[in-house]
Design a protein around this ligand. Structure first.
Ligand SMILES: [Zn+2]
Ligand SMILES: [Zn+2]
Length: 233
């Protein structure tokens, strides 16, 4: 596990999406969960870094794609952590609605997700968040609703420290072609790729020194300029 900046860790060695551990005086929280098979590894990493996983209070879900929530049912069963997500994503987590699947890739993803999760996820969400709400974690994390990749995709912004967790709104590197750099997620994975681009423009109003994406390494240098170069044009 690597400390990216004070109180923010990236769990290393995962195959799917990034998992972040927030370990501040406000308590222990996970940002996304990886796949079900990753849970033991994640827990071991938390222990190795000197934290008690049973103190895990919250699991923040940036969106309900299987590579981000695969470990969620197991983590919820094992620890008494509350699940929080944007309110527009709650029906997909609780299994009351199906995620819209506009492309063949999304249908395949949904099918694989159901396979790995043993059906539609049935996760009880403690709190459905609204845009602008500030979470009492890491000294204050503001919810920024950025729909497009999924209807309830969200970013979390630590305003005082200029840290942004962007989920799958932006990728650092292409997962298949290997093309590097900050970019939009592959179009086939997004419910509405045009809306992804509109949502990303909201980031132009923010001061960002550290960008923590769902895929690829965190961007620790010139994050704001890289975002502006991609999104602003
Ligand atoms: Zn993802
Ligand atoms: Zn995704």
């Amino acid at each position: 596990m690597k400390e990216i900046t004070q109180d923010v860790y990236l769990i290393e060695g995962l195959r799917a999406a990034n998992v972040y551990l927030l370990a501040s005086d406000d308590g222990l929280a996970l940002g996304d969960t990886g796949m079900a098979g990753d849970v033991d590894w994640i827990v071991a990493q938390i222990v190795e870094a000197g934290y008690d996983p049973s103190a895990l209070q919250s699991i923040i879900v940036t969106h309900a794609h299987p590579d981000h929530i695969g470990g969620l049912p197991k983590l919820v069963r094992r620890f008494d952590a509350q699940v929080i997500a944007h309110q527009a994503e709650v029906p997909y987590l609780e299994g009351t609605e199906r995620m819209p699947a506009e492309s063949w890739m999304q249908r395949v993803t949904a099918w694989l997700g159901a396979l790995f999760l043993g059906g539609a996820p049935q996760i009880e969400v403690a709190k459905g968040l609204e845009d602008g709400e500030v979470l009492d974690l890491l000294g204050g994390l503001r919810v920024i609703h950025t729909p497009g990749h999924t209807p309830g995709s969200m970013c979390l912004y630590q305003e005082a420290r200029h840290i942004l967790f962007c989920g799958d709104l932006l990728f650092n590197g292409h997962p298949f072609t290997g093309r590097g750099g900050l970019q939009y997620p592959p179009r086939l994975f997004s419910v509405d790729p045009a809306e992804v681009q509109r949502s990303a423009r909201r980031l132009l109003d923010l001061e960002i020194d550290l960008l923590c994406p769902g895929h690829g390494d965190p961007i620790t240098r010139e994050a704001e300029a890289k975002i502006a170069a991609l999104v602003g044009g």
